[in-house]
Ligand binder design. Structure first.
Ligand code: ADP
Length: 169
């Protein structure tokens, strides 16, 4: 199992699954969510709507899976990060659960390669360094059988530098 760091656009990644920092309605949004829905096309939103009708969306920290539509990936794992409200509202556990539950769902679906964005560090306002530490620790502590590569895809320089520092410590 290898952990890889890249700077770039998650929608372009050649992996089995890309993770989406979705919101609980699963209706799409801005940031990485918007980019994934634009790149993947309407097959993704159709499957999201089916999930919504079945289970009423996706709670914070949990994850659901759909097709990746027109992207190079096969699946999108949609997980809902916490909105940062100062750090004392269970945000660290909820953010860790995003990574954990995405990896569990990946393992259940025989996914070998998975790419994560920097969940909650955009509009949801999670401090980037703390979020990076949680992401890396959670992934390292949950190396599920069958997953061969975990790729952190950083869109901005700040996240890339932070991940690079922590991963090379
Ligand atoms: P959240 O609501 O969880 O904070 P955002 O989409 O606002 O989600 O931001 C999460 C992270 O995704 C941010 O660090 C942002 O820079 C990054 N991001 C935005 N677009 C892309 C993309 N196309 N590929 C990878 N990461 C992206």
């Amino acid at each position: 199992m290898k952990i890889i760091l890249v700077k770039g656009d998650i929608t372009k990644q050649q992996v089995d699954a890309v993770v989406n920092a979705a919101n609980s309605t699963l209706q799409g949004g801005g940031g990485v969510d918007g980019a994934i829905h634009r790149a993947g096309g309407k097959a993704i939103i159709e499957e999201c709507l089916e999930i919504r009708n079945r289970q009423g969306g996706c709670p914070t920290g949990e994850a659901v899976i759909t097709t990746a539509g027109n992207m190079p990936a096969v699946f999108v794992i949609h997980t809902v990060g916490p909105v940062y409200e100062g750090g004392h509202h269970g945000e660290p556990e909820k953010l860790a659960n995003c990574y954990l539950n995405s990896l569990k769902l990946a393992a259940e679906n025989k996914i070998k390669t998975i790419a994560f964005p920097n969940i909650s560090t955009g509009v949801y306002g999670y401090p980037k360094k703390e979020a990076a530490q949680i992401a890396i620790t959670t992934v390292k502590n949950n190396l599920f059988k069958g997953i061969e590569e975990i790729r952190f895809v950083c869109f901005d320089d700040e996240n890339y530098t932070l991940y690079n520092e922590i991963l090379t410590q």
